[in-house]
Ligand binder design. Structure first.
Ligand code: DGL
Length: 265
């Protein structure tokens, strides 16, 4: 199956998910779509985020003939996944289920923390999915709105990063959960200060890592895996300023992005 996998996010953050996908499936082709003209999604309503998500999915399906859609944005996953799954025939993978699956599979799963954008936390998507997967688990959810700007400004270690992380996550330090779901594209970049605060007793669940695992299984199960000789390839599409995307994005992707194309929806 030589069709690409579509990965979309509100901007650069989803590159943490793409990085894991490329690491797990190096021979696949990917088209990454960053909606940089309309970021952030984390403060927007369900209606608006769903409208954006449908526009992007239509573009990726019609113009790029993707075989699978990965909604890398946790906010869009929390707010729009059921609608996207109803509309499209191709498999649609979000971030919520892979993280919940991982939390449930851990030996200690009586108490789980969830952090994300205001939109993700307000949606209650993680709480609902966790209640179904692990009945009786104590779930505590917390929005950490400043984390996104912090990471985009490159402040991921040092006094300021540690102070902001402590400000938000102090309740989890006082009463540590068994695991903490990093329910936002940007949060894996803050793993270090989060670990520093919470210690090794709290398992950090990274949505990119978990989603890559699920995508791998799903490709095999639905016989969509590329089995040829050719090496992988990634195309980057954005709705605003390719230069800024490439500069800021390197931190998330962990490598250079040679060409970034600007497109209009
Ligand atoms: N990509 C978003 C998420 O994972 C964070 C950035 C935004 O608010 O758009 O929720």
């Amino acid at each position: 199956m030589d069709r690409p996998i579509g990965v979309f996010d509100s901007g650069v953050g989803g590159l943490t998910v793409l990085r894991e996908l490329v690491r797990t499936l190096p021979q696949e082709r990917f088209v990454y779509f960053g909606d940089t003209a309309r970021v952030p999604y984390g403060t927007k309503s369900r209606e608006t985020v769903t409208r954006y998500a449908i526009e992007i999915a239509n573009h990726l399906i019609v113009r790029h003939d993707i075989k699978m859609l990965v909604v890398a944005c946790n906010t869009a996953s929390s707010l729009s996944l059921p609608v996207l799954r109803k509309i499209y025939k191709i498999p649609v993978v979000g971030m919520v289920d892979p993280c919940v699956r991982r939390a449930a599979a851990l030996q200690r799963h009586a108490s789980i923390g969830v952090i994300g954008t205001s939109g993700t936390i307000r949606s209650g998507a993680y709480d609902e999915a966790l209640k179904v997967a692990i009945p009786g688990a104590a779930v505590r959810s917390l929005a950490c709105p400043l984390f996104v700007s912090l990471v985009e400004e490159g402040i991921t270690a040092g006094v300021i990063a540690q102070a902001v992380v402590t400000e938000y996550l102090e309740p989890f330090r006082r009463q540590p959960p068994d695991s903490l779901i990093l329910g936002c594209t940007h949060y894996p970049v803050l793993k270090e200060p989060i670990r520093e605060l919470l210690g090794d007793g709290v398992t950090l669940i990274d949505s990119g890592e978990e989603a890559a695992h699920v995508v791998d299984i799903l490709l095999s199960e639905s016989d969509l895996k590329w089995r040829g000789e050719r090496g992988g390839e990634v195309r980057f599409l954005v709705t605003d300023d390719p230069e800024r995307f490439a500069a800021v994005g390197e931190r998330f992707y962990g490598g250079r992005m040679e060409t970034v194309e600007r497109i209009a929806l």
